[in-house]
Design a protein around this ligand. Structure first.
Ligand SMILES: C[S@@+](CC[C@H](N)C(=O)[O-])C[C@H]1O[C@@H](n2cnc3c(N)ncnc32)[C@H](O)[C@@H]1O
Length: 624
C-alpha cells in the first residue's frame, strides 16, 4: 500500500536543527518571526549549513518550513486537543483538481477568477497545492497570490503558509519572495476562522467577501475536548448545528458553506462521522438545506493520515445547487497518485432524495428499501424502553471472575452485593456465552458491610474510586452512580452489544447485570427478538446505525439507543405469522445449533412477508 506521507530524511534532519532555534521561544508570534528570519537566511545561503546543504530550491525550502512547524507543533501541543492531522500532498493536490472541476461545472468563467479559501491552513498544504495548480494554468504569481485566502488560529501555522506560498510563487527569488510574502500578510491571517461567516450575522466578524471555493482539512476535536468557553461561543455562533456533542470540524462545514457564494464549491477531507452519528443530525440537515452533495470519496479506515485509522472521507458540496444525484465511491486501497480524479474504484450514482437528518447511507438500495420497511409501522420506542448497562467508572474494581475471586463469591456477607454479569463480548446472536463473570453492585445510598470480602476487595481500589467524576459529595467512595433501574437486572430481558458487525440480540433468561458497552430491554418478547435478529433487522441497522469503518467493508455498527429505538415494528401483524416467528425463535434458543441456519432462513422469509417486502427487493435484504 503506498504511503502518502513523504518527507525526506534530509529535510527532517535539517528541520530538527532549525527547530532548536525556534524552540528557545514559546510565544507563537515570536516563533513566527524567527521562522521568517530562518527563511531569509536559507534564501541568502547563509543558514549556517550552506556547505552541507547547498542551494535550496523553492520546493525543498517550502517542505522544510512545513516540516519545521509540524515538528514544533507536534512537540508543543496535544494533537487530540488541537485536532491537527496533516493532509498528504497527493490528496491535497487532487482535492484542488476536484474543486476546480466542480467550480467550472456551473460557469462559463475561467478558474483563474475564482477566490479560494482554506479556513485552517496548518502548514499550508492546500494554499501551496492551489498555487502550484494555478501556476500550471500559466497564471502570473502576482495574480495567484491575491486569489488564495486562508487563516489559522495558530500564528506559527499562518506564518508558515505565507512563507511557503511566497517561496513557491517566487521560485526562491529573494526580492520577489519578500514582495509576495508582504501581500500574503493580508490574505493569510492568524485568527479563529469560526468567528467569521457564522450563523449570527457577522456579530464579531470583520466584513469579509464571500469566496468561490472553500477547501481544507478542518480540525477534528471531540466536543468533550473543547473548553467551556469555546463551547459557549460555538453555541452562540452556530445555534442551529449545536448539539452539545458536535465535533469541531462540523462547525467548519457550516462556516465553509456560509463563506461561499451561490454555486460555490466546498471540498473537505474529514472524518465521515457527520454522515451517520446522531449528534450530527443538525449538520446533515444544514448541509441538505444549503447545498447539494456532489461527490463522496469514502476512504473507510485506510491510513489517509499517518497512524490514523478513523473513517475518513473527502466530499464536494455545491452551494444552492439542486442536484438529485451524488457520486459515491468506496476505496479499499490508497491509490499512489491522483486518488480522486483517477479513482480506480466503481462510482455509483446515489439519489439524494432519500437523505434527511438521520444517518446517511450512500448505498442506492437503502434509499429505496427503507421507506418500504417503515410504512405502516411504529418505531420500537413506542412499545419498548431501552436501558444502558451500568457505568462503574472503574471496571477492574467491580468485576469478579470465578476461580480468581472465589473467596469473595463464596462469602455470605458479600452475597447481597454480587450479581451475575454478562459482558458485551459474551452476548451473541440469540444466546449468552456467560463465562463465570460477576459484578459488585452497590446502589447509591447503600452502605457496605466493612467485614464483607467485597468491601475489602474494593478497599484495594479506594484511591481511584474516590476520584470518579460522577461520585456525588455525600456518597461513600464505593458507591455506583445513581441508577434507577437496578431491579430490572434481576429479571429476564433482551440484551445486546453496542458495537458489533451484525445484530446480536440475545435473551437473558437468568437476570444478569449488564455493563457499559451493552444495552437491554426489559422484555422477553420472542417476536421482537426474531425481528431484530432477522435479515430485515440486519438491513435496517446497516442502513441507519453509525459505523466504525465504512459500511461497505469492515464496518462495526454502533447499536446506540437512538438507532435501535427507531427500528420499525409493523402495526398490523397476522397472529399466525407472529406465532411462527416466536416458534422459530424458541427452537433457536433451545434446539440444535446445527439447525440454526436453516431455521433462520425460514424465519427470514416469514419476516419479509410481515413487512410486505415486494419480491424484487427481497434478495437485496437477504444479501445484506
Ligand atoms: C487538521 S489541521 C489541518 C491543517 C492543514 N489544512 C492540513 O490539511 O494539513 C487543522 C488546523 O486547524 C487549525 N485550527 C484549529 N481551530 C481553528 C480555528 N478555530 N480557526 C482557524 N484554525 C483553526 C489548527 O491550528 C490546525 O492547523
Amino acid at each position: 500500500m503506498p504511503k502518502w506521507n513523504t518527507t525526506s530524511s534530509a529535510e527532517k534532519q535539517l528541520a530538527s536543527i532549525l527547530i532548536q532555534e525556534i524552540s528557545s521561544n514559546s510565544d507563537k508570534y515570536k516563533q513566527a518571526e524567527q521562522l521568517y528570519q530562518i527563511t531569509l537566511r536559507l534564501l541568502n545561503g547563509n543558514a549556517g549549513f550552506s556547505k552541507d546543504w547547498p542551494n535550496f530550491e523553492d520546493e525543498i525550502t517550502s517542505n522544510l518550513i512545513a516540516e519545521i512547524v509540524y515538528q514544533v507543533e507536534l512537540r508543543d501541543s496535544d494533537v487530540k486537543r488541537s485536532g491537527s492531522y496533516f493532509t498528504p500532498h497527493v490528496l491535497a493536490a487532487d482535492m484542488v483538481n476536484v474543486a476546480a472541476q466542480n467550480w467550472k461545472r456551473d460557469r462559463s468563467s475561467e478558474i483563474e477568477n475564482a477566490i479560494w479559501y482554506d479556513p485552517c491552513v496548518g502548514g499550508g498544504i492546500f494554499p501551496v497545492a492551489i498555487a502550484r495548480f494555478l501556476l500550471e494554468q500559466k497564471m502570473p504569481p502576482e495574480r495567484i497570490v491575491d486569489r488564495i485566502t486562508g487563516s489559522d488560529i495558530n500564528p506559527l501555522f499562518a506564518q508558515a503558509t505565507r512563507i511557503r506560498l511566497a517561496l513557491v510563487l517566487s521560485k526562491g527569488d529573494l526580492k520577489k519572495f519578500t514582495q509576495l510574502y508582504n501581500r500574503c500578510l493580508n490574505s493569510i491571517s492568524e485568527e479563529d476562522s469560526l468567528l467569521n461567516f457564522s450563523e449570527i450575522s457577522d456579530f464579531f466578524a470583520k466584513p469579509q467577501k464571500k469566496v468561490d471555493i472553500v477547501i481544507g482539512n478542518p480540525p477534528y476535536v471531540r466536543s468533550n475536548n473543547l473548553s467551556p468557553d469555546v463551547k459557549k461561543s460555538l453555541r452562540m455562533l452556530y445555534p442551529s448545528i449545536w448539539s452539545g456533542t458536535t465535533d469541531l470540524y462540523m462547525f467548519f462545514i457550516a462556516h465553509g458553506l456560509n463563506a461561499l457564494k451561490t454555486h460555490g464549491v466546498l471540498c473537505y477531507v474529514s472524518p465521515a462521522t457527520f454522515q451517520r452519528t446522531s449528534s450530527a443530525s443538525q449538520i446533515r440537515e444544514y448541509i441538505l438545506n444549503k447545498a447539494s452533495i456532489h461527490a463522496v470519496f469514502d476512504f473507510d479506515e485506510l491510513e489517509v493520515f499517518q497512524n490514523v485509522h478513523s473513517h475518513i472521507s473527502v466530499y464536494a458540496l455545491i452551494k444552492n445547487a439542486t442536484d438529485t444525484l451524488t457520486k459515491y465511491s468506496l476505496y479499499t486501497t490508497l491509490p499512489a497518485e491522483s486518488p480522486l480524479t483517477k479513482n480506480p474504484f466503481p462510482i455509483v450514482n446515489v439519489s439524494l432524495n432519500g437523505l434527511g437528518d438521520r444517518a446517511w447511507s450512500f448505498h442506492p438500495k437503502n434509499t429505496s428499501i427503507l421507506p418500504l420497511l417503515e410504512r405502516d409501522s411504529l418505531p420500537l420506542r413506542a412499545y419498548f424502553k431501552i436501558y444502558s448497562g451500568i457505568k462503574t467508572g472503574l471496571k477492574n474494581a467491580y468485576e469478579l471472575v470465578a476461580t480468581k475471586h472465589d473467596e469473595i463469591l463464596n462469602d455470605e456477607k458479600s452475597k447481597q452485593y454480587i450479581y451475575r454479569l454478562v459482558k458485551p463480548q459474551q452476548i451473541e446472536k440469540w444466546d449468552l456465552q456467560w463465562k463465570g463473570t460477576y459484578q459488585i453492585v452497590i446502589p447509591r445510598g447503600q452502605t457496605m458491610n466493612p467485614d464483607s470480602k467485597a468491601y475489602q476487595h474494593l478497599l484495594g481500589f479506594k484511591d481511584e474510586l474516590s476520584v470518579r467524576s460522577d461520585l456525588q459529595k455525600d456518597d461513600p467512595w464505593y458507591s455506583l452512580r445513581d441508577c434507577a433501574y437496578l431491579d430490572l437486572f434481576n429479571a429476564p430481558k433482551i440484551v445486546y452489544r453496542d458495537i458489533s458487525a451484525h445484530p446480536r440480540f440475545a435473551l437473558d433468561k437468568e437476570g444478569m447485570a449488564v455493563v457499559d458497552g451493552a444495552f437491554f430491554m426489559p422484555t422477553t418478547d420472542l417476536f421482537l427478538l426474531g425481528l431484530l435478529n432477522s435479515k430485515v433487522g440486519e438491513f435496517y441497522f446497516k442502513s441507519c446505525c453509525a459505523t466504525i469503518g465504512s459500511i461497505g467493508s469492515r464496518a462495526r455498527l454502533r447499536f446506540k439507543k437512538v438507532y435501535v429505538s427507531e427500528f420499525p415494528i409493523p402495526k398490523h401483524v397476522d397472529s399466525k405469522a407472529r406465532a411462527a416467528v416466536e416458534r422459530f425463535v424458541e427452537q433457536m434458543l433451545t434446539g440444535d445449533t446445527m439447525k440454526t441456519q436453516e431455521l433462520e432462513h425460514q424465519m427470514n422469509s416469514v419476516v419479509l412477508d410481515i413487512y410486505r417486502v415486494p419480491f424484487e427487493q427481497r434478495q437485496t435484504i437477504l444479501e445484506s
